[in-house]
Write a protein that binds this ligand. Sequence first.
Ligand code: MGD
Ligand code: MGD
Ligand code: SF4
Ligand code: MO
Length: 735
Amino acid sequence: MDNQMPKTKKGMISRRGFLKLSAAAAAAAVSTDPSRVLHALVTADTGTVNHQNRSIFSACDMCFNKCGLIARVQDGVLKKLDPNPHSMKSRGMLCARGNAGVRQLYDADRLKYPLLRKGGRGQGKWQRLTWDQALDLCAEQMDRIGREYTRCGFLFMAGTDMQSTFVHRLAAVYGSYNVISHESNCLLSRNRAFLDTYGVVPTADVLNSKYVVMPGANRFEALVTPDSIDLMTAIRNDCKLVVLDPRFTKTAAHAHEWYPIKPGTDMAFFLAVAHVLITEDLFDNEFVAAKTHGIEPLSAHVQQYTPEWAALETEIPARDIRRIAREMAAAAPRAMVYPGRRSSDYKDSTQIRRSYAIVNALLGNWDREGGLIVPPKIKTGTIPFEEPFFDDNPEDRVDAGRAQMMFDEEGSFKHTRDAVIEGKPYPVKGWFTYKTNPMQTGANRQKTMQMIDQLDFMVSVDITMSDTAWMADLVLPAPSYLERQDPVSAFMASSTCSGVITRDPIVPPMFESKPVFWITKELAKRLDLAEHFNFTIDDFRKAQLKDLPEVATALEKEGVYNVVGPTHGLHEGKRFRTRSGKIELFNARYMDHGIDPMPVYTPPAAVPQNRFRIVVGRNAYITQSASTNNSLLWELEQENSLWIHPDPARRLGIRNGEKVTVESRAGSDVLKALVTEKTRPDTVYMDTGFGAISKGLSKIFGKGACIAEVLEDYADAVSGNMAMHETLVTVSRVA
Ligand SMILES: Nc1nc2c(c(=O)[nH]1)N[C@H]1C(S)=C(S)[C@@H](COP(=O)(O)OP(=O)(O)OC[C@H]3O[C@@H](n4cnc5c(=O)[nH]c(N)nc54)[C@H](O)[C@@H]3O)O[C@H]1N2
Ligand SMILES: Nc1nc2c(c(=O)[nH]1)N[C@H]1C(S)=C(S)[C@@H](COP(=O)(O)OP(=O)(O)OC[C@H]3O[C@@H](n4cnc5c(=O)[nH]c(N)nc54)[C@H](O)[C@@H]3O)O[C@H]1N2
Ligand code: SF4
Ligand SMILES: [Mo]
């Protein structure tokens, strides 16, 4: 596309040139080259003649990373999003999804006004309401459910967002402690494991590492800034990357070594690594003696886990396991097992991640360059509020006791859903969802529908008619991240780039959309709780930055505040926030809860011939369920396919591109087969975010398959995190 750009003498594009360019973009949109399309549509430099141009700092929200951006606005219209070079976290990057944010804003499928369901659920009959009608109705239902059942009979669920805090505030002052988020479908078991080993969840100093073993993470497609960028830099600086993944991902493609590990056996690999480090005395003796608790029981425990034994479990040769352990020890402390992010995979995910945490401890990489670090995070202020007490409320959350050590403030989507369906220990009859789409991201879609069937009232706040909104009684339109003012958000990232970022409107809210802050405030008014929302977002931000004037200045000048300074050696001599005050190789608290104090390996269920384990993952241009209907990104993938290895495909008579049925005990769906050696013969895979049931998603309605329909719902025993890789499926040709 670049060489076709019509340019004036000064290198600027003329107005006529821009018109031509738009035509080129339109032409490219119907061409078959997807990268050409993305390129053409997002690089319109329209010159300066007679236009009102403005550049505004903001933070991308196409995924949770909050990459710094600069929005280019012309005559009140957003033309282009550019990376903000000041953001150390995103290191001058805006990915394909970030660029496509323009289309999030100007999408024909945007929700435009409040809608009330008419007719049966999922029939798609809606009546337009005014905001007053919608808010009155919602408040009435909240009030009624609170009185007829209890305050805890109303469930609140908010996804990743800088305004989710207001949904939590509403839940708290309304009096419900049934609050959940996407996190129990994402990373709680990883957090549990690292918290219970180190007393804190660290981040990884990938940039300065010399040896990274990356199990079950896909940093070059599942983008996490700055790690994705830093990993590339580290490789250029001679860092060795070893990837364990049943699929040949883009990360595997850039690795020095890739092992298509048998799914569900990572713990065997790391227990064997621990075995080698201990029996060959390669671990950091001084560090382990000074800072860890339980090396003796651990030494005895890992005796049984030899590389030869692990080879049979993992299908990775024993000599490679032994060599990798020795190489890691030689590179330590600049060597790590990457802690990873999404850990919603197995029933023993906390223990699997504990095995990663323990190997890191043996390498002595804690608080050291190229190891696991905890950089300082800025503490922002808030506007405090008092939680009222309701004496008729139940004792506990509705999902309490269903996992061994659930995070009280997070709970578990899976267990909450079960509890609502069972009506036990008490009825939950209302549901408020904000910016989250469990119909696509909660394994076992049929069960989510059963849960919704139990409800008297469900309200969904979204920017489009997501599958979840499609099931609701009341749908409320929200402005996208490019139209709203948000509080500030402090983040912790690795490699000297913790920081603070915020968001101001790039353009005014489209249609009748209203931010969830305003919605919660209006509901609070109607519920006699106005005193808890007696402020504006501006006031809230001021309170957040009250003691941080330098942050306020940086946000104004550069759109981001970076914490620059050392990131390691910061915790020397400090007590770990664990029971023993040390890093817990052996966790005595677990014993009190009936949990193995050290990870004990149990093999995953065997996969019979002609059945497959189905696994979840990502590619670089899809964000879970939230971007597949974006017209620009949709050009890159219009429906998903089932990855299946050529051997079983041959056996089952399935040819590339043919339609297949994927079936589990949870459900079945139909999609095209992609016959590829990029997955193991016993493992199948599909992208998330297709097979939509909502007719409001015009591009992906009925296109491809919905993986949540097929995934059975299991949970990690310790944390209650959803376990999405336990499902076995059959695959057959559609006749
Ligand atoms: N482009 C893009 N980037 C994203 C996101 C997105 O949706 N799109 N989402 C963001 C979010 S919320 C998160 S949590 C992170 C997720 O980031 P990651 O956790 O790195 O990403 P996943 O793709 O979920 O990675 C899981 C990988 O594990 C592999 N796998 C499956 N089973 C096993 C197993 O038993 N053992 C091993 N070793 N590997 C296994 C899968 O094939 C997959 O490639 O990505 C973030 N970044
Ligand atoms: N099948 C499957 N399930 C998964 C995963 C997977 O990869 N596959 N990944 C897991 C992980 S790691 C995570 S983090 C969770 C994420 O799960 P979810 O929290 O469900 O996240 P998304 O799928 O991104 O859905 C976000 C929703 O917010 C809406 N939205 C986007 N922007 C805005 C906005 O500005 N305002 C409002 N009000 N709404 C907005 C979108 O339209 C969409 O409906 O899913 C987990 N579950
Ligand atoms: S990684 Fe991409 S989508 Fe996510 S915040 Fe950054 S630019 Fe946006
Ligand atoms: Mo996630």
